[in-house]
Design a protein around this ligand. Structure first.
Ligand SMILES: [Zn+2]
Length: 322
C-alpha cells in the first residue's frame, strides 16, 4: 500500500477485483468523520485486502464513520454491507435503485434493454444475459443511502470538499474537489491509463429518454478543466497530474473514433451491432455491454454533430452517414 505523500489526510487502499479493469482504489479520508471513498467489490479477496490495509493504518471496519460513493458500480460498492449497520452511506441519489437492488428497477432495466438491443441489431433471447450483467455476484447485498448529496454540495463530514456531478461513466457519478489544495477524488471519471467507458443505462423512473453518456461525459470533463486541479486520485491506477493535456488527448482520440465509425457508414448503412463487430472483433461477444456502450457512444456523438442518418423502418435500426 502506498500512502500519498502530499496529503497526509488521504490514504489510498488498492483492492483486487474480478473485473477486466483490474484493481480498484478506495481512499481513506480523515475529515471530521473518518471516511471511506468507495469500498471495493463483494469478494473475499477484496474484503481481506481492505481489512489488512485499514489495519496497517491503525483502523478497523467499525472505525469508519461514513462511506461516500463516487458511483454505483460493483467494484466501488460491493462491500457496502460491511458498513451499513454502523456508518452513514452518502452519495448521488441515483445510486439508490442500484445499491438497494430494487426489483422494480431491475425489471425496468431488463424491459428497456429487451426493446433497445434488438433496435441495435442484437437478436435472440437476451433476458438471462441482461439479468446476469446487472445482477452479478459481486454486487452489494441490498443497502440504502442515508444521505443524498447533489452537485455543488459540501460533502458532510469532509469540510472543504465539494461534490460535483460527473455523469457519463455512470449516471450516479460524483467527483469530490478540495479547492485549498486542488485535490480531486475522481472515481472513474478521470483515469490516467484508460478512457472511461460511457456505459449505457436506461432512463430512470419518470424519464422517457435514455441518457447520452458520452455527451454527458465530455461536458463533465470540460467542467473539470475549469477547476484548478493539482492531482486526481482515481478509482483505478495511479494519480493523475497535469490533466489538461491528458483530456485534450482524450477529446482528440474521441473524435478519431467517431470518424472511424463515420468512415464505415460512408461505405454502407449498418446496425450498431455490426459496427461493434468491426470495432471490437475480439471481444464484441464476451464484453457485449461494454463494446455496445462504446459503439452507441460514437453514434450518439455523430448524431449530436449532425452527421448521422437513422433508418428506423425495420426492427433493427440502420445508421448511415449524412
Ligand atoms: Zn470502477
Amino acid at each position: 500500500m502506498e500512502t500519498l505523500q502530499q496529503t497526509k489526510d488521504i490514504h489510498r487502499l488498492t483492492l483486487p477485483t474480478p473485473f477486466t479493469v483490474g484493481p480498484v482504489n478506495v481512499y481513506l479520508v480523515k475529515g471530521e468523520k473518518l471516511t471511506l471513498i468507495d469500498v471495493g467489490p463483494n469478494t473475499k479477496e477484496a474484503k481481506e485486502a481492505l481489512i489488512t490495509q485499514l489495519d496497517e493504518l491503525g483502523y478497523d471496519l467499525l472505525d469508519i464513520e461514513q462511506v461516500v460513493l463516487t458511483h454505483h458500480h460493483p467494484d466501488h460498492t460491493g462491500l457496502l454491507e460491511l458498513f451499513s449497520a454502523h456508518a452513514d452511506i452518502v452519495g448521488h441519489r441515483r445510486n439508490e435503485p442500484w445499491i438497494s437492488r430494487d426489483e422494480d428497477f431491475i425489471n425496468h432495466i431488463i424491459s428497456f434493454f429487451k426493446e433497445f438491443l434488438p433496435q441495435q441489431g442484437i437478436t435472440g433471447d437476451m433476458e438471462k444475459w441482461i439479468y446476469a450483467f446487472f445482477n452479478n455476484e459481486y454486487l452489494t447485498a441490498p443497502v440504502s443511502l442515508t444521505h443524498i448529496i447533489r452537485d455543488g454540495d459540501e460533502v458532510p463530514g469532509m469540510s472543504g470538499w465539494i461534490a460535483y456531478e460527473a455523469k457519463g461513466h455512470a449516471q450516479s457519478h460524483l467527483v469530490f474537489y478540495r479547492e485549498s489544495d486542488g485535490v480531486l477524488l475522481g472515481g472513474d471519471h478521470i483515469i490516467g491509463h484508460i478512457s472511461s467507458n460511457p456505459l449505457l443505462e436506461p432512463p430512470y423512473f419518470g424519464e422517457t429518454e435514455r441518457p447520452r453518456p458520452l455527451l454527458q461525459y465530455n461536458e463533465a470533463l470540460r467542467k473539470c478543466l475549469k477547476l484548478d486541479i493539482s492531482v486526481v486520485y482515481s478509482g483505478h491506477g495511479k494519480e493523475v497530474r497535469n490533466i489538461a493535456p491528458l483530456l485534450e488527448r482524450r477529446f482528440e482520440r474521441q473524435k478519431q473514433r467517431a470518424e472511424k465509425v463515420l468512415g464505415y457508414l460512408k461505405e454502407q448503412p449498418m446496425t450498431a451491432f455490426e459496427i461493434s463487430k468491426k470495432l471490437f472483433p475480439a471481444v464484441y461477444m464476451s464484453e457485449m455491454m461494454l463494446t455496445m456502450s462504446e459503439t452507441i457512444a460514437q453514434l450518439d456523438y455523430l448524431e449530436y454533430e449532425g452527421l448521422l442518418t437513422i433508418d428506423k423502418s425495420d426492427v433493427s435500426w440502420k445508421y448511415g452517414a449524412k
